[in-house]
Write a protein of this length. Structure first.
Lengths: 175, 521
């Protein structure tokens, strides 16, 4: 490939000058270098991601009543491929089917354990309970590009036995 | 981290693909259909005689998010109001509900300018969320007083829509205007208190300070913190805004001082003696001179407490300092913010210490003779004030379909205050508010906060000016005095002069009949 430059003089004669290919080659080298660097960074973080596993150890109670009065305890552990615990990593929990977490960020302890408290959604009288999918991901693992080890887990939900709440109601605050 | 490009780690289960969007859309429709079906057998109104009508609705911070599916990258989605919109349109196929997403409520000035322009061009929304009755003096809002006496058609066996709400909320400025007309329908209450103090528990323990319960305790805590080289108190707001900018509507005036000073004067300020000062009683008391600083010792004392706080409790340079990073590092003793901060503070793992949360400390008899002995609840809040409330802009609704549009707007607000529907909204707020509908549960995130005693804030108010312009001028004078740029006597005179002008302007704008009032100036 060459750059073509066209010059027209006063008589209308056209002169074509052909430039060399050296600048293009340089550009290609720089672009290739950048691409290789990004690929390397991706590779490193992909490798790191594959080395870490998030295990959902227990969900209690299970199945969980669909009521925000319930505290559903989700215990997880983060370990490396060889089984070594991953300490001090920031885990993020997300509910994809309603309800909420007491704290959506939790750090793993020295043995890689962490605990989330999930508050289920309140089931209106006209609805049937639907299971809730949660996602937990490790946000501390990547170095260059965010590639999170993550796990999804489905919490089985059932209708609460008693619709009367044991918890606070707003009327308690009116008088 | 250099890039945040992808999230493609180990996954068990579904992946986040485009097809899931459509799955979720149908999921929202499915829930909406279940809700709509639950009204089978209800005697619902025929809106606009069955003819098509479109309403444009602005719901403030409970308007649904554009993204409907929570992802790790965008976890905060708000779907409940979108589900309710769809359910409402299924029930009333001739009604279209459109979201008005561009209403400018960044400040009261911005809102005034926005609505004025939109009204002139005929493009204003029909329902807005804009500080309750604050702009009622403009004559924009529909009066709900009569319709509240009729049943909410979406609630079985309901006799009066009004009965769904605690009665005290109808005396608040978030709901009623100075003529006691209900110009806004509330849908939620503050989560106990509108505001709170977050404090560094470890620092308090190290310096042997108790979490302040009273106004005087706050000064003791601030003195110890400052004396030990810490930042005592971070007022709410960014540099130069919020409570860092002195104004007549400071949170201290609204929550820690004003109601308590006013309650002690109940014989003068609560004309019907029911223990609740309505908005018309508040205005009448101002008109009769009971809130002027030069003629009332208790008023003078109240403003002196404000000055005391800003001159002795806060660190120098508080106006323009950014304390957020210092809070995380444990260098700030007390941080003032709204309850809306609580959910994210609970999840903040960058904070290097355990924090506590307390309601705003109220003034007690150890600070002044002009208040009654402070009373507390055993646990939990006392009469939380409305958080979100919605107005119908009369002229806009009339221009967009006349009475039929107003019928649709009223029905939509009735639908949002149906208990199950309202709870669906509140649950999605994750502890930022509690329901205003009697019998509703409290969000579990708030249980811990509500275990402590709360001051019983009297149902009295303190006016910071009745018009936007008047309040701004009074605030400027207050600021000059707090910063020692004018003397006490100059403050008293200038402040009262502006207040009198503001009151007279308001009388004219609201066309208030003052013939039975005794003019106090």
């Amino acid at each position: 490939m060459v750059n073509r430059h066209r010059l027209i003089d006063l008589t209308g004669e056209i002169t074509l000058k052909l430039r060399g290919v050296v600048p293009i080659k340089r550009k290609l080298i720089v672009i290739s270098g950048i691409l290789i660097l990004i690929a390397a960074m991706l590779g490193i973080d992909y490798f790191r991601m594959k080395q870490v596993e998030i295990q959902v150890l227990s969900v209690s109670p299970s199945p969980a009543p669909a009521s925000s009065d319930e505290n559903v305890e989700i215990r997880v552990r983060v370990v490396r491929k060889g089984g070594q615990p991953v300490a001090g990593h920031l885990l993020y929990a997300l509910s994809l089917g309603g309800g909420d977490f007491q704290s959506f960020y939790v750090k793993t302890d020295g043995d890689g354990y962490a605990k989330f408290i999930y508050y289920p959604y309140d089931l209106p009288s006209y609805q049937k309970p639907r299971d809730v999918e949660i996602e937990i991901r490790d946000e501390s693992n990547s170095i260059f590009i965010e590639m999170y080890p993550k796990v999804r887990y489905t919490i089985k939900m059932v209708a609460p036995e008693n619709s009367d709440s044991d918890g606070l109601i707003v009327d308690d605050f009116f008088d | 981290m250099l890039f945040a490009l992808v999230s493609c780690g180990k996954t068990e289960g579904k992946s986040d693909t485009g097809s899931k969007d459509s799955d979720n859309l149908s999921e929202l429709d499915k829930v909406a259909r279940e809700i709509a079906d639950s009204y089978a057998g209800f005697d619902l109104p025929k809106i606009n005689d069955g003819k098509p009508v479109t309403i444009k609705v602005h719901l403030g911070d409970i308007i649904p998010t554009l993204s409907e599916i929570p992802t790790a990258e965008q976890p905060d989605v708000f779907n409940s109001t979108e589900i309710l919109r769809r359910a409402f349109m299924m029930l009333f196929p001739n009604v279209t509900v459109e979201w008005a997403r561009t209403v400018d409520t960044s400040s009261s000035d911005a809102f005034l300018q926005y609505i004025t322009t939109q009204l002139n061009s005929g493009t204003a929304p029909d329902i807005v969320s804009a500080w309750g009755a604050s702009f009622a003096y403009r004559g924009w809002y529909y009066d709900f007083t009569e319709v509240l006496e009729k049943p909410n058609p979406f609630v079985k066996d309901n006799k009066r829509w009004r009965d769904q709400f605690p009665e005290y909320v109808f005396a608040t400025w978030q709901v009623s205007d100075a003529k006691d007309r209900v110009v806004a329908i509330p849908v939620s209450l503050a989560a106990g208190t509108s505001t709170a103090l977050y404090y560094n528990k470890e620092l308090f323990s190290k310096l042997s300070i108790n979490a302040p319960k009273t106004w005087e305790d706050l000064f003791t805590a601030c003195k110890t913190l400052l004396g030990n080289g810490y930042i005592s108190f971070s007022p709410w707001g960014g540099p130069g805004s919020g409570n860092r900018k002195i104004s007549t509507t400071l949170w201290d005036v609204q929550f820690s001082l004003g109601p308590y000073y006013a309650a002690k004067q109940k014989d003068k300020l609560d004309y019907n003696g029911d223990g609740i000062q309505s908005q018309s009683e508040l205005f009448r008391a101002a008109y009769e001179g009971h809130y002027f600083v030069s003629t009332n010792d208790y008023v003078w004392d109240m403003w002196k407490q404000v000055k005391r706080k800003y001159t002795t409790c806060l660190e120098k340079g508080y106006e323009n300092s950014d304390y957020e990073t210092k809070w995380l590092l444990g260098k700030v003793g007390i941080l003032e913010d709204g309850l809306w901060r609580y959910p994210s503070e609970l999840s903040n793992t960058d904070r290097q210490f355990e924090f506590g949360i307390i309601p705003p400390p109220a003034i007690d008899t150890d600070s002044t003779e002009f208040v009654d002995k402070l009373e507390y609840t055993e646990s939990g809040p006392y009469r939380p004030v409305p958080r979100a409330s919605f107005n119908i802009i009369k002229d806009s609704a009339m221009a967009h379909g006349g009475e039929g549009n107003i019928q649709a707007c009223v029905a939509f607000l009735q639908f949002l205050t149906q208990p199950d529907n309202n709870n669906m909204i509140i649950n999605e707020e994750k502890g930022k508010s509690i329901s205003i509908i009697k019998g509703s549960k409290v969000s579990p995130q708030l249980t811990e906060y509500f275990k402590q005693p709360f001051p019983k804030t009297p149902s009295f108010s303190w006016p910071g000016g009745f018009t936007n312009a008047g309040a701004e001028k009074m605030s400027k004078i207050l600021e000059l005095w707090v910063k020692d740029q004018i003397s006490d006597s100059e403050f008293k005179k200038q402040f009262d002069d502006e207040f009198k002008k503001d009151i007279m302007e308001f009388v004219q704008l609201m066309q208030i009949d003052t013939s039975q009032y005794k003019k106090g100036f």
